[in-house]
Design a protein around this ligand. Structure first.
Ligand SMILES: [Cu+2]
Length: 165
């Protein structure tokens, strides 16, 4: 990671910690994220999907043994997937979609700023016994990952793979 990116991420962490109260507000009733086409930003691994254009629903379970089930997912390029992410454990878990590099960097940041709150279209934080959704359109072919970035979880292997064909 170059130093510019590091600085940017550190600034982001600070900015995000300021919005902790807001982020917590929605979590309890797990209100679905409001889709706004004008705010969709393309990334290297796709973009926020339109909930009305979901082509497939995939259930993903997260457990305290630091594993996702399934941990290996294959989709076709262009598909809009609704991930229904269930936390079957007793700890807070999250599913964050991204490139391998971005997730590793983000995980390192989470180790340094454990209180860091983040809420974006590519992630879902799920309390024990609850479920949340991510709607994502995979616009680019390649190999991507999803991971739990709660401190320690990523290192313990809480990572899955998405192959976009
Ligand atoms: Cu976890």
């Amino acid at each position: 990671m170059n130093s510019k990116v590091t600085l940017h991420l550190a600034a982001m962490a600070l900015a995000l910690s300021a919005s902790v109260a807001l982020a917590h507000g929605d979590e309890d009733h797990a209100a679905p994220r409001k889709y706004d086409a004008s705010k969709v930003e393309p990334t290297d691994f796709g973009q926020e999907g339109n909930p009305k254009k979901v082509t497939r629903t995939i259930k993903v379970d997260m457990a305290d043994n630091m594993r996702f089930t399934p941990a290996d997912i294959t989709v076709k390029r262009g598909e809009t997937i609704k991930f229904v992410v269930h936390n079957g454990g007793k700890l807070l878990h999250e599913m964050v979609l991204g490139t391998k590099e971005a997730l590793r960097e983000h995980a390192e940041l989470m180790e340094k700023f454990p209180e860091m709150e983040h809420a974006d279209a590519n992630m879902a934080h799920v309390k024990p016994g609850k479920a949340a959704e991510i709607v994502w359109q995979f616009t680019k072919a390649g190999e991507f990952q999803f991971a739990c970035l709660q401190p320690g979880h990523f290192k313990a292997g809480m990572v899955g793979k998405v192959t976009v064909k």
